[in-house]
Design a binder for this molecule. Structure first.
Ligand SMILES: [Zn+2]
Length: 349
């Protein structure tokens, strides 16, 4: 992927003012618009480039970022392979992909004309969308639904996806002639606008970090009757305050007082669902793992559910009272008296 010099594409200097960018864009867009260059592939490519350059340079925030990151281009390129991993097959032509790749690497978002655009007559399929979705372990456990607000491309209402506002004159008995063509102000000639859309997503059982959920037909809307693209959600698991994840099993530490560990007890412990009573058997040592069967995460393809393990950590009072010291001393005396305790420090001798 090559570095794209947006200033050069628009034929303007680096310190160009905003109105001048607009002017340069309009002039070039008029020159290379596909409607005025039917069947001309290189004009189409130029038109796409011009639109991309304009989208960046006419937005002060994007322009600042572009200027800033331009000098770090080599490093950005190294990150590109990572970005490419997420590319979907069928995202469009090779050129389309490279255009988007450069743009998304810079801005971490899609071009507003991504996947669509009035680049050819007739129906044009909508682009696929990809979003990362941050989920908690609770989301995975309870599964079913999550409401997301996504930015999705829809047909521009001003130009109806044409990208251009054209005026034509009709002479009697002849075909209409385009007399003037202006890039659409609403969509900057892309034919699409970004719209926030609420999407309710059903989280399938068995997803984990990095899983990709495909929602067919939920991507960008098609242009002129083209089919809609797909929506891909890449799962990013948020760390949990209590549970560590091991495959589909969960694990957590359980502090237990020395008397509870020696005598056994029952402790109400949290799970991803409701609290449950966990039985601590008498004589439980530190590191002992107690299993709560089926309280882990759902496995895929109906293979059941993982387990939740609580790992015991035996605690002693940090500041024993006089009475406690007296009783611990007594315990020690009884232990020595019993005499049949194997040495716990054998491996140190
Ligand atoms: Zn428009």
């Amino acid at each position: 992927m090559e570095y794209r010099d947006y200033y050069k594409i628009l034929g303007v200097a680096k310190d160009v003012s905003e109105p001048e960018i607009k002017k340069a864009f309009r002039k070039l867009a008029r020159q290379f618009h596909p409607d005025l260059n039917p069947g001309n592939r290189s004009a189409e490519e130029r038109f796409k480039e011009i639109n991309e350059a304009n989208e960046v340079l006419s937005d002060p925030e994007k322009r600042r970022k572009y200027d800033e990151l331009g000098s770090h281009w080599e490093q950005i390129q190294r990150d590109r392979d990572y970005a490419r991993q997420y590319a979907q097959p069928g995202e469009g032509s090779r050129e389309d992909f490279d255009l988007r790749d450069f743009f998304t690497t810079f801005f971490g978002e899609r071009m507003s004309g991504f996947g669509g655009g009035p680049f050819a007559a007739g129906p044009h399929p909508g682009g696929d969308l990809q979003y990362e979705i941050a989920l908690t372990l609770e989301d995975l456990y309870h599964g079913p639904r999550k409401l997301l607000s996504l930015s999705v491309g829809e047909t521009c209402p001003t130009c109806h996806g044409q990208g251009m506002i054209t005026t034509s004159s009709v002479r009697e008995g002849k075909r209409p002639v385009v007399t003037s063509a202006q890039p659409c102000e609403t969509c900057h000639g892309t034919g699409q606008i970004s719209k926030q859309r609420e999407v309710e997503v059903k989280i399938p059982k068995g997803v984990k970090e990095g899983s990709k959920i495909r929602l067919a037909g939920m991507g960008d809307k098609g242009i002129r009757g083209g089919s809609a693209g797909d929506l891909y959600l890449v799962v990013r698991l948020l760390p949990h305050r209590l549970f560590r994840l091991n495959g589909y099993d969960l694990e957590a530490d359980l502090p237990v007082w020395v008397d509870e560990a020696a005598l056994g007890t029952q402790i109400a412990v949290p799970t991803l669902g409701q609290k449950v009573l966990l039985k601590i058997p008498p004589g439980s040592q530190s590191e002992r793992r107690l299993r709560l069967s089926g309280k882990g995460l759902h496995k895929p393809h109906g293979e059941g559910t993982g387990d939740l393990y609580y790992r015991i950590r035996v605690m002693v009072p940090e500041q024993a009272s006089a009475k406690e010291r007296e009783l611990f001393t007594e315990l020690g005396r009884l232990r020595i008296e019993r005499g049949n305790e194997p040495s716990i420090r054998k491996n140190l001798e």
